[in-house]
Ligand binder design. Structure first.
Ligand code: ATP
Ligand code: PRP
Ligand code: NIO
Length: 483
C-alpha cells in the first residue's frame, strides 16, 4: 500500500452514488457543482483560496489500478460495467476556478465543475480536502504575516503538523500567503520555497559550554548564524555568550548578518533586555528571532508591547490552524442540463446559511476605479452581461432595501476556465507568481478588513436576476413540500 497513488482518496458514498447513476438513465446527465465555504475562520474579514494545483494534479493523475478495481469489486456492490468504466476513467468535463491566492468570501462559488454526474461526484472528496486544508492554512498564514507588519516570518511547523501531506501542503499554503521561508526541507525542494533554520537546544547541550556551542556553530556557518540563547539563562548567559562569540568569530570576518533566537519566557521583556545588551555591545544590527507557540494574536500583542523583534518563527498554531481548525468548504449541486438548457437546482435547509444559491454562476469583483480597492462581490447567472459605462446598483440579498450604486468601477470576472472537455486549458502559475498574486489581492482590501476584531464586513451580493431565480425556486420548493 505504500506507493499507492491518491486516486482512491474518495468517500465511499461517491462510488455508490456514481454506480447508481451509471446504471440509470442519469448516467450522462450534465451537472454543475459549486465549491464554496460558509464562514471565515477566526471571524476574520477574508480568506485566501488555495489548493487548485493539488486538484489539477489529482485530475491529471487519476488512475484506478487493477488492485483498486479488485478491491471495489470485493464489496459486490458495483456493476461490472461501472468497474470497467473506472478502469478507463478520465475526466471529460469543464472546471472554472478563481486563481490560487485569490481573496475569497463566504458563499461564493469559487470553483465550478460542469461534468456528467458520475465524474462530478467522483471528484468531490479530493476537491474538498485540497480546498479546505490549503485555504485554511493560507488564511491563517495571511493573518500571521499581517500581524508581523512587514517583519520576516518563518514557518517551522512540520514536526507538529497533522501528518505528512499536511506538513508539505501546509508549508506551501503558508508560503503562498506571504510567509517568508519554511524549515521543511521536503516542502522547500518540492515547491521551491526558501528554506531556513536556526539551531535546537540539543546543539547547545551537546557541548561542554554554551559559549563553545555558539563558537563551533559560528565557525561552521559564519554567514548563517542564529544563536539560540535561552537554553540556560537568556540574559545572564545566552546573550553575553552570543555577544562574545559574534565579536570574536564574526565581526573580524566583516560579517554583519547574524541573529539570536529566544524560544521561551516573556518574549517582550527578554527581547527588550536583549536588544539593550546587544546595542550596548555595538551589535545594533544583530536581529532578534522569537518563537514559542506564536500566532497572529500573540504577535500583535508582542508588537503592541513594543517588543523589538525582527523575525517570528511560527509552527504548531499555523500548521494546525489551532484557533479554528475547520474551513467548512462544501461542494453543492447548483444546476443540471436538460435538452441543452441549464435548470437551476436549490438545496433548502432550516438553517438559512445552508440554503444554496442555484444556477451556473459567474463571480465578479467590483473595484472602485479611483482607489483601486475592492468594494463588493457580485454573483450573477453565467450569461448576464454588464456594461462598466453604465451605473451598477447592487443590493443586500437579505435586507433588499439596502442598495449601493457604483458609477466609476471596474468589474473583474474572477473565475477562469481550467478544464474544457477534460483538457487542461490553464497554464499553472509558479509558486512565486501565486504568492505575488496573493500580495496584490491583499493590496485591494481596505485595512479595516484585515483587523482581527470585528473586521469590516465585505458585501457579496446576488444580481437581480439570480436573486429572483433563487427566491422563486425557494417558493416553489416550499409550496411543493407543504402539499
Ligand atoms: N510578552 C508576552 N505577551 C504575551 N504572550 C507571551 C509573551 N511572552 C511569551 N508569550 C507567549 O506565552 C506562552 C508561554 O508559554 P509557556 O509558559 O508554555 O512557555 P515557557 O514556559 O516560556 O517556555 P517553554 O516552551 O520552555 O515551556 C507562549 O505562547 C509565548 O509565545
Ligand atoms: O512553538 P512553535 O510555534 O511550534 O514553533 C516551533 C517550536 O519548535 C521547536 O521547539 P521544540 O520542538 O524543540 O520544543 P519546545 O517547545 O520544547 O521548544 C522550536 O524551538 C519552537 O519552539
Ligand atoms: O530552525 C529552527 O529554528 C526550527 C526548526 C523547526 C522547529 N523549530 C525551530
Amino acid at each position: 500500500m505504500n506507493n499507492k497513488n491518491e486516486t482512491m482518496l474518495i468517500d465511499f458514498y461517491e462510488f455508490t452514488m456514481a454506480n447508481g447513476y451509471f446504471n440509470s438513465e442519469l448516467k450522462d446527465k450534465i451537472v454543475y457543482f459549486d465549491l464554496s465555504f460558509r464562514r471565515v475562520p477566526d471571524n476574520g474579514g477574508y480568506a485566501i483560496f488555495a489548493g487548485l494545483e493539488s486538484i489539477i494534479n489529482y485530475i491529471e493523475n487519476i488512475k484506478f489500478s487493477q488492485e483498486d478495481l479488485e478491491y471495489l469489486k470485493s464489496y459486490n456492490l458495483f456493476s461490472d460495467e461501472f468497474i470497467n468504466y473506472l478502469e478507463d476513467f478520465k475526466f471529460t468535463g469543464d472546471i472554472y476556478s478563481v486563481k490560487e491566492g485569490t481573496v475569497i468570501f463566504p458563499n461564493e462559488p469559487v470553483l465550478t465543475v460542469r461534468a456528467n454526474i458520475v465524474q462530478a461526484q467522483i471528484l468531490e472528496t479530493f476537491l474538498l480536502l485540497s480546498f479546505n486544508h490549503q485555504s485554511l492554512i493560507a488564511t491563517k498564514a495571511s493573518r500571521i504575516k499581517n500581524a508581523a507588519k512587514g517583519r520576516t516570518v518563518l514557518e517551522m511547523g512540520a514536526r507538529r503538523a497533522h501528518g505528512i501531506s499536511s506538513a508539505n501542503s501546509g508549508s506551501r499554503a503558508a508560503y503562498i500567503a506571504g510567509i517568508d521561508a519554511t524549515s521543511n526541507t521536503l516542502a522547500s525542494c518540492l515547491y521551491g520555497i526558501p528554506c531556513s533554520g536556526t539551531m535546537a537546544h540539543s546543539w547547545i547541550q551537546m557541548f561542554e559550554s554554551e559559549e563553545e556551542a555558539f563558537r563551533v556553530y559560528a565557525k561552521t556557518y559564519p554567514n548563517n548564524t542564529t544563536l539560540l540563547v535561552d537554553t540556560y539563562d537568556t540574559l545572564r548567559s545566552g546573550i553575553p555568550n552570543a555577544i562574545k562569540v559574534i565579536k570574536e568569530e564574526l565581526l573580524p570576518k566583516g560579517i554583519k548578518d547574524f541573529a539570536v533566537r529566544i524560544d521561551s519566557g516573556d518574549l517582550t521583556y527578554l527581547s527588550k533586555e536583549s536588544r539593550k545588551m546587544l546595542d550596548e555591545a555595538g551589535l545594533t544590527n544583530c536581529k532578534i528571532v522569537v518563537s514559542n507557540a506564536l500566532d497572529e494574536i500573540l504577535i500583535e500583542t508582542l508588537l503592541n508591547q513594543g517588543a523589538p523583534i525582527d523575525i517570528f518563527g511560527v509552527g504548531e498554531r499555523l500548521v494546525t490552524a489551532k484557533s479554528n481548525p475547520v474551513f467548512g468548504g462544501v461542494y453543492k449541486l447548483a444546476a443540471i442540463e436538460e435538452n441543452e438548457k441549464i435548470i437551476p437546482k436549490i438545496k433548502i435547509s432550516d438553517n438559512p446559511v445552508k440554503i444554496t444559491t442555484p444556477h451556473f454562476k459567474k463571480l465578479y469583483r467590483i473595484y472602485d476605479k479611483e482607489t483601486n480597492k475592492a468594494k463588493a462581490d457580485l454573483i450573477t447567472i453565467y450569461d448576464e452581461v454588464y456594461d462598466e459605462k453604465e451605473p451598477l446598483t447592487i443590493f443586500d440579498p437579505v435586507h433588499t432595501w439596502k442598495t449601493k450604486t457604483f458609477e466609476s468601477y471596474i468589474l473583474k470576472d474572477l473565475k477562469l476556465p481550467i478544464y474544457k472537455n477534460g483538457k487542461l486549458v490553464y497554464k499553472l502559475p509558479t509558486i512565486k507568481e501565486i504568492r505575488e498574486h496573493t500580495k496584490n489581492e491583499l493590496n485591494h482590501l481596505w485595512d479595516e478588513m484585515l483587523r482581527f476584531e470585528n473586521p469590516h464586513k465585505y458585501y457579496v451580493d446576488l444580481s437581480q436576476k439570480l436573486w429572483t431565480t433563487k427566491i422563486e425556486l425557494l417558493k416553489k420548493m416550499n409550496k411543493n413540500s407543504s402539499i
